[in-house]
Design a protein around this ligand. Structure first.
Ligand SMILES: [Ca+2]
Ligand SMILES: [Ca+2]
Ligand SMILES: [Ca+2]
Ligand SMILES: [Ca+2]
Length: 405
């Protein structure tokens, strides 16, 4: 169902201590897959009838302790073919307290081209706002910071041969944009003072009931239903069976015990045995290694364990200092000896396709293979400062990844 509703579709979630401001945590939630920069005249926006939500779990029970809700409104068009700016409200919920911490905030326009949106970087940076609880926020179009050869990966885990600056793979996402909600929160607001591990995920909601009657105003109920969620990368894509994907998107992390069997007996391991018997055998059942790394956090070594409740969250140990500068951590994260990276939180530069392929391949249980998709980094450098993901390519340039903006 979510594939029919891209403007509410989570694509990636990130959570990391900010390398340039280590006393803060950055949460990035991307939505709307594969935005073609030139897709006018109805350019991409957040859906005004959806609600976008970020969550932080401070005590490992899979339930949020801090919630941020984002609602968007379209601005009245100022000129023909020009309007993609929206205003939005941020509401922060903690315990019984629900406070509007920002309203009337403006998104930048999409990057249309040098006539419509000149000096795009300055336009975009004007979209960074201070919230009145000490956080910073940005919402709007960005280059998709995710990278990977999805074309090959989903063609039965094909691996392209060949060489190049970033290996033999083709970055499907190069030249495409997403809509991002980025939040930079004082670390002290997320630290539980105990094990110092916070769990983060993102979601999108739609009104539970929408009634459209010809020539009448659309009616929407004030009750909401979750239509999409995303914590750890590639869970819905690689582990959850197709017939359960809608159920998974509608459910909450505290109920993830029901999906544990798809972690402990991953269909991908079975597929790898069929496709690549020469590199096997890949262990198909009893994968407590995947359950712990993806659902509870790692106890051995003591990295980001949050207790025995299995819950799909990005678990970030707040005591581990970030690797600076931005974008220069080891792309293999903890597997590459860089404890500030995935699966301790998730940074933009973390190569989660390679890491996940190696994890499913069995690197944590003594079956280490240099698996990867041949794409090692994003197509453009990240920004050194918040909101970190690069400016989107402009529609006028229409590069589709063929040239730099
Ligand atoms: Ca999704
Ligand atoms: Ca909680
Ligand atoms: Ca990109
Ligand atoms: Ca890769």
């Amino acid at each position: 169902m979510i594939s029919e509703d891209p403007s509410a579709d989570n694509t990636d979630t990130y959570a990391f201590r900010s390398p340039d401001r280590p006393d803060t945590v950055t949460i990035i939630a991307n939505y709307i897959p594969g935005e073609d920069p030139a897709a006018g005249p109805n350019w991409y926006t957040f859906s005004p009838s959806a609600r976008y939500v970020l969550y932080a779990d401070k005590n490992g029970d899979g339930k949020p302790d801090v919630t941020w809700r984002f609602s968007f409104k379209n601005q009245k068009p100022v000129a023909f073919l020009q309007n993609t700016q929206q205003t939005y409200t941020v509401t922060r919920v903690e315990g019984k307290s629900s406070k509007v911490v920002g309203s009337g905030l403006l998104t930048p326009p999409d990057n249309i081209g040098p006539r419509s949106t000149p000096n795009y970087h300055a336009l975009a940076m004007a979209g960074v706002h201070d919230l009145n609880d000490g956080s910073k926020v940005f919402a709007g179009q960005r280059d998709d910071g995710f990278f990977g050869d999805i074309g090959a990966a989903f063609d039965l885990v094909a691996i392209r041969s060949g060489t190049g600056a970033t290996g033999g793979g083709k970055d499907f996402f190069a030249g495409y944009a997403v809509h991002t909600i980025s939040l930079q929160v004082p670390l002290s607001q997320l630290d539980n003072g105990g094990n110092h591990v916070v769990g983060v995920w993102a979601a999108a909601e739609r009104p539970k009931v929408t009634v459209e009657v010809k020539s009448k105003k659309v009616q929407r109920s004030s009750r909401w239903v979750q239509v999409s969620r995303l914590g750890e990368p590639l869970i819905n894509e690689l582990l959850i069976p197709t017939e359960l994907k809608d159920k998974w998107n509608a459910s909450t992390p505290d109920k993830d015990k029901q999906f544990e069997q798809y972690y402990s007996s991953p269909i991908l391991a079975k597929l790898l045995n069929q496709l690549y018997p020469q590199f096997g055998p890949f262990q198909e059942t009893g994968r407590t290694d995947l359950v712990s790394v993806l659902l509870t956090g790692l106890k051995e070594p003591n990295l980001n364990f949050t207790g025995d409740t299995p819950a799909d969250e990005i678990r970030l140990n707040l005591t581990i200092a970030p690797t600076a500068p931005v974008g220069h951590g080891n792309r293999l994260g903890v597997l590459g000896g860089d404890l500030a990276g995935y699966p301790n939180g998730r940074r933009l530069e973390d190569d989660v396709i390679d890491i996940s392929e190696r994890a499913v391949g069995g690197v944590l249980i003594g079956h280490s293979l240099p698996l990867g998709d041949g794409v090692d980094a994003n197509d453009v450098p990240y920004l050194a400062t918040f909101p970190y993901q690069a400016d989107p390519f402009s529609g006028y340039e229409n590069t589709k990844g063929q040239q730099k903006p």
